[in-house]
Design a protein around this ligand. Structure first.
Ligand SMILES: [Ca+2]
Ligand SMILES: [Ca+2]
Ligand SMILES: [Ca+2]
Ligand SMILES: [Ca+2]
Length: 232
């Protein structure tokens, strides 16, 4: 057995490149149930970002798990894989814009971006991401995303309204993007400059707001020119 140990170590290192745990309740404790103070899960990396825990409405103490995380410049979330859900029953989920969330209810909330159920009997390995897209029949709250989740700060909720203790493992899968290549054609050029100029002025959450000051202005124009040319 010992002869194989170095190989196993090497394989472990290779398989964890571009993978991290955002929040594991088994290590970090129960994720916050307070929408005003979600658990801080840090910064998403290109690759796998795991969120693992459990929720139950039995006794009301752990009905909700909120985490907040940052998608940094140069990264976007493209998939939300349901690794496991046990038992495989109905769960409410949603994304908010910013570092806080809301308690799901009949009223609307300005921060709510996209809410959808994980339906009972959803197979392990399913990509839930399409459910959060604008126009999806599975989108039940908020305007939904139109494409990948762009750089910014977000809060995500898992809620179990039934007394069933439900354990889950989710993977927010992210990819590297070429900063400034807004149309994803592999080059920062005049087309992207046109997009930046079209976003000029107040523009919270805009991809062209490289320095995240909620304005697209000369600072960001300078940034774009710094990225000019083919994506490396
Ligand atoms: Ca929990
Ligand atoms: Ca909780
Ligand atoms: Ca481009
Ligand atoms: Ca800016």
């Amino acid at each position: 057995m010992n002869a194989f140990a170095p190989m196993l170590v090497a394989m472990t290192i290779a398989s964890t490149a571009g993978a991290q745990v955002l929040w594991n309740e088994g290590v970090s404790g129960d994720a916050s149930g307070n929408p005003s103070a979600p658990s801080n899960a840090g910064v998403v990396v290109a690759g796998s970002n795991l969120f693992m825990g459990s929720v139950t409405n039995s006794g009301g103490a752990d009905q909700r798990d909120y985490i907040t995380f940052v998608v940094p410049a140069g990264v976007e979330i493209t998939q939300l894989i349901l690794n496991t859900l046990s038992p495989n029953n109905l769960v409410w989920t949603h994304f908010d814009d910013g570092p806080t969330s809301v308690i799901p209810g009949a009223g609307t909330a300005a921060s709510l971006l996209a809410g959808a159920h994980i339906e009972a009997a959803t197979p392990d390995g399913t990509d839930l991401f399409p459910n959060y897209q604008a126009g999806s029949p599975d989108l039940l709250a908020g305007p939904g995303f139109s494409g990948p989740i762009a750089p910014g700060t977000y809060t995500f909720l898992m809620q179990q309204a039934s007394p069933v203790l439900t354990t889950y493992s989710l993977n927010f899968v992210a990819s590297s993007i070429c900063v400034g290549d807004f149309n994803r054609d592999g080059e920062v050029d005049g087309d992207d400059l046109g997009t930046l100029l079209g976003s000029w002025g107040d523009c919270p959450g805009c991809e062209a707001d490289f320095n995240s000051d909620d304005m697209v202005d000369g600072d960001d124009l300078g940034g774009l020119l710094g990225f000019w040319g083919p994506c490396s």
